[in-house]
Write a protein that binds this ligand. Structure first.
Ligand SMILES: [Zn+2]
Length: 129
């Protein structure tokens, strides 16, 4: 009905989707990195007391943590895309005060359900809404 709203809808959804694509690419890279770490440990000596061995273990733990984080982010973005596509006005509104949550905030924090002002309110109240 309203061209302005449609535009907002498309750009927000598109931005979230492109953020999702970037995260998927990152997940691919991290999986690849993890696989090559596994290969290097399979090929080399597996000695826990070896300095290089502990570096590999550390590196593997680091990449696994990054991968878990990226997978969580991808799931959050997918959920945000769904919420945006279901939103009647094409924009997500704050659950506390009803004002529109800016696209920038949603792209940075896909799981957010409240606006910046309310978020800082919540923060002041020790995390309690
Ligand atoms: Zn609010």
């Amino acid at each position: 009905m309203n061209d302005g709203d449609d535009e907002t809808h498309d750009s927000l959804e598109a931005r979230l989707r492109s953020e999702g694509d970037r995260t998927e690419a990152l997940i691919g890279d991290l999986r690849h990195e993890l696989a090559s770490i596994a290969e290097s440990t399979a090929a080399g000596p597996d000695d826990e007391h070896d300095a290089e061995g502990s570096t590999v273990a550390y590196e593997r733990a680091r990449v696994q943590a990054l991968l878990a984080h990226a997978e969580r982010t991808a799931a959050e973005i997918a959920a945000a895309v769904e919420r945006v596509s279901l939103a009647p006005s094409g924009a997500l509104v704050c659950e506390r005060c009803g004002s529109v949550i800016p696209a920038e905030r949603l792209v940075a924090l896909p799981t957010t359900r409240i606006c910046v002002a309310c978020a800082s309110d919540v923060h002041r109240n020790d995390g309690r809404p």
